[in-house]
Design a binder for this molecule. Structure first.
Ligand SMILES: [Zn+2]
Length: 89
């Protein structure tokens, strides 16, 4: 991970576009992860975990946010499969 959590949280709070794609914010209380530029309300820092990429966040059990749609090009296919899978249960 290139940035510490303080730097990440500051970027999320200001929705700094320079950090878009550099890391993803997972919110423990909701089980969802977002891009730093997500228009949703910034969660409390104690509820945030930061991941280097979308794959890492997904492996940790988080789901991509429907508002900012965090995507990782190589995982496009995986996301589609995951979404189909979650529609069943
Ligand atoms: Zn989001």
């Amino acid at each position: 991970m290139e940035y510490d959590s303080k730097t990440c949280y500051r970027a999320v709070k200001s929705r700094d576009p320079r950090f878009d794609g550099r890391f993803f914010t997972a919110v423990v209380s909701t089980g969802i992860f977002c891009r730093p530029v997500c228009p949703a309300i910034t969660p409390k820092q104690k509820n945030c975990q930061f991941f280097e990429n979308a794959a890492a966040a997904m492996h940790a059990g988080f789901r991509p946010c429907l508002r900012c749609r965090p995507r990782w090009p190589r995982l496009e296919r995986c996301f589609d499969n995951c979404q189909q899978g979650s529609a069943v249960d």
